[in-house]
Design a protein around this ligand. Structure first.
Ligand SMILES: Cc1cc2nc3c(=O)[nH]c(=O)nc-3n(C[C@H](O)[C@H](O)[C@H](O)COP(=O)(O)OP(=O)(O)OC[C@H]3O[C@@H](n4cnc5c(N)ncnc54)[C@H](O)[C@@H]3O)c2cc1C
Length: 340
């Protein structure tokens, strides 16, 4: 499809972020007969692209369906690969005009004529900026802007990673996994089964309550049998080549263990920088951008939010299952005849 630019008139909606919830917002707008451009700094569904390669979703496929387009999977829950196929298909089916590998750097203007400044992410620092005009904006930039850092000496070493894709690179290595959530537990189990010596380090005294009920017993059994070492009530306090120092929360006692890699799977956080620049207040405590949950509109007229960005710091509150409806709420709040 053609790409409107600063010389064209404004499109009805510019959606920033081509994750599942940005795509869902685009599909809802297209279904209502509106012009939409979806912009993303990476590929379609960049967050899912970065997920562990062999993960399966916890949601059954019908709970991820967009605008009623059937999602058929071979097993009871989709694999990462099936989800990527599905979201490509949704994008094609609704003929979404996507601008991929274009980072939105700033937004100016007001309802009826927002100017969205973008820059190609693959063309180097000298790439010219482009301008897209839109009557309304949906910010669906997700919650994966930066990892929650450990903030300890040595975190900058190349052996420290903040995300996990597959076990193979860690075969026959001593790996500390930091965290007690699904990501940490599933990575630990997958690596243990691939011949990795895993030590799970978590500041709490037990695994997070959110760990999937069918995964938890497997992990607890591995820990009980000593197949995966677990240091509950501990934090990593220093990372050095070949070693990691752990500190016990209760009394501050330290211990040093042999270590080749640290996987800090401690979650990611959103950065609602575009919204702040537009003047949308963001609650300092919760990280939630001000918005009306019925319409998803922020206090700045014509600026909406969708997806996990609306959850602030608590990314477990909104996910695809519920964030996929935000676009519909936005579109339903605007009589189509009055869009422009
Ligand atoms: C391992 C794992 C398993 C999961 N399983 C499930 C499940 O079974 N069911 C479920 O419902 N949820 C699941 N989730 C959660 C779900 O993936 C997220 O809630 C979902 O991705 C949120 O979608 P989103 O569109 O809001 O944000 P995202 O998917 O994060 O998309 C945001 C997009 O915005 C883009 N972006 C950010 N800033 C800019 C910018 N300045 N300019 C242009 N583009 C920008 C990013 O590149 C990204 O593509 C899982 C998450 C993980 C980590």
């Amino acid at each position: 499809m053609s790409h409107p630019d600063s010389l064209s008139g404004p499109v009805d909606f510019a959606i920033i972020g081509a994750g599942p919830c940005g795509i869902a917002a685009g599909a809802a707008a297209r279904r209502a007969g509106l012009d939409v451009v979806v912009v993303d700094q990476g590929p379609l569904c960049d967050s899912i692209v970065r997920y562990p390669y062999y993960m399966t979703f916890f949601s059954t496929p019908e709970k991820l369906e967009i605008e009623g387009l059937p999602f058929v999977t071979t097993d009871k829950t989709p694999t990462r690969k099936e989800a990527l196929v599905y979201f490509r298909r949704v994008t094609e089916y609704f003929e979404l005009d996507t601008r991929l590998y274009e980072k939105v750097e700033g937004i100016e203007g007001s309802m009826g004529d927002f100017r969205i400044r973008t820059r190609a992410t693959l063309e180097g620092a000298d790439a010219p900026s482009r301008t897209l005009r839109a009557c309304r904006i949906v910010v669906a930039t997700g919650g994966f802007h930066g990892p929650n850092l450990l903030n300890v000496p040595g975190e900058e070493l190349p052996k420290v990673r903040h995300h996990y894709t597959e076990a193979h690179p860690y075969w026959n290595q001593d790996v500390v996994v930091v965290g007690g959530s699904n990501s940490a537990v599933e990575a630990s189990l997958e690596m243990y089964r691939a011949g990795v010596r895993v030590t799970l380090v978590h500041f709490a005294e037990e695994l997070d309550r959110s760990v999937k009920p069918w995964v938890r017993p497997d992990m607890l059994n591995r820990i009980e049998k000593g197949e995966i070492a677990a240091r509950f009530g501990h934090r990593v306090s220093r990372i050095e080549p070949g070693r990691v120092t752990l500190r016990r929360e209760s009394d501050g006692a330290t211990a040093s263990i042999a270590n080749d890699f640290v996987l800090a799977l401690t979650g990611w956080k959103a950065d609602p920088v575009l919204l702040r620049e537009l003047g949308v207040p963001v609650d300092e405590q919760t990280g939630v951008p001000a918005h009306d949950p019925e319409t998803m509109e922020t206090p700045v007229p014509g600026v909406y939010i969708a997806g996990v960005l609306a959850a602030g710091h608590d990314a477990n509150r909104i996910f695809i299952e519920n964030g996929r409806w935000h676009g519909r709420r936005i579109v339903d709040s605007i009589p189509a005849a009055h869009v422009r």
